[in-house]
Design a protein around this ligand. Sequence first.
Ligand SMILES: Cc1cc2nc3c(=O)[nH]c(=O)nc-3n(C[C@H](O)[C@H](O)[C@H](O)COP(=O)(O)OP(=O)(O)OC[C@H]3O[C@@H](n4cnc5c(N)ncnc54)[C@H](O)[C@@H]3O)c2cc1C
Length: 383
Amino acid sequence: MAGKRLRLPLVFTRSCVAELKEQLGVCSRSVFGVEPSQMSFLFFLMYAAAAGGLLALLESSPGCAQEFKIKGGTQQLSECLAQRVGWKNVRLGSAVTAIWQDAEWARVMTTDDTFLCRAVIVTCAPHLAAKIQYQPALPSMREFLTQNMPVGHMMKFILTYQTAFWKEKGFSGEIVAGSSTDCPFCVTFDATSPRGNPALVGFISGQQATLWSTREAGERRAAVLSSLVKYLGPEAASCIHYEEKDWAKEEFSGGCPVSVMAPGLLTFYHPSLRKPCGRIHWAGTETATLWCGYMSGAVQAGQRAALEVLAEVSHVVLTPEEQESLIQGQTLHRPPKPTALSALLKRLSRKSVLIPALTIGAALLLVRKRDVLVKIQTYVGAF
Ligand SMILES: Cc1cc2nc3c(=O)[nH]c(=O)nc-3n(C[C@H](O)[C@H](O)[C@H](O)COP(=O)(O)OP(=O)(O)OC[C@H]3O[C@@H](n4cnc5c(N)ncnc54)[C@H](O)[C@@H]3O)c2cc1C
């Protein structure tokens, strides 16, 4: 083909472009909860690369995003973490309203309390972190970043049935609907419980979510059922129960499932995503370099931020691998030998030293009194 141009008929090219736009729209709505026009294409590519490819984001085969379900629900992850940290160290219902920094401390404020901290890890999504009041103000690059990371809009619904009639008909229960249809949802999956209770789960997403969130719940339910009847047959109309949730109406989510980057953001402001601002370190799934936007990404980001804090506050000497992982913004999955971090954590748990409050929502190392902090520093310094 060297030196020659392949000329495709204009009609064929146009239909390919239309098909591609439709497919990208479906992908954008079902993965990000936004329309393609709301999101940077470079961010889309970065996000797919962080998962190992586009199909990995969409499929339920091994290694893909939909591979596993957690028996009993994902809330157990937070509960198990809280147990390990100690429930007494976890503050629920205490939103952080302000973080003030001076030469000595960061002051983390809620409506009832102020915590003196040597370091703070903010783990909520950028659009929520932007609601916290910072003093001194954050660098303008960071402000631009958070102002240009809108969160997706998804409404999730679950329907339970007497029988998994779709399976009896040879269907998987997975429906993918483009915007050119009159269907309110963009995607559904089989959600039959491990005990065998038949269910379907689906999402109303992007522009459709904006449209349908203003309608009455009964109207939405009727539209969802009517589309399911169209795709799966009349049995779909007879569900036992219909439950839905509009994540945009949750104060501490503001949307679902992830914050995306507007066009131009990745090019100009991306370094501010993970760069600490004084004593404030940034975690949360949006800052991950692997499985960004997913729970695995949140874990990776938390480990990276913990290493940053340990290196800075506790004077722990990181191994070359840990230092490299900090530079890369990644953490090691299987360290070949015990690292400074793992050795430290092992000793901390063995000697039952007071572990500073670590909430999945807000802050690491929340230390209320100086003497407690001194104890921790003394202990760490002993290694
Ligand atoms: C409907 C839905 C389905 C999903 N499905 C999947 C899936 O199948 N697989 C998957 O891997 N991921 C899924 N996700 C995404 C997954 O939930 C996130 O990637 C993950 O929870 C991100 O963790 P995080 O710790 O970064 O943030 P979050 O889990 O959002 O935690 C941030 C916490 O900060 C708290 N917070 C916010 N503001 C403040 C404040 N001012 N002060 C104190 N606390 C604050 C919030 O209440 C929240 O608890 C789904 C998300 C949704 C909404």
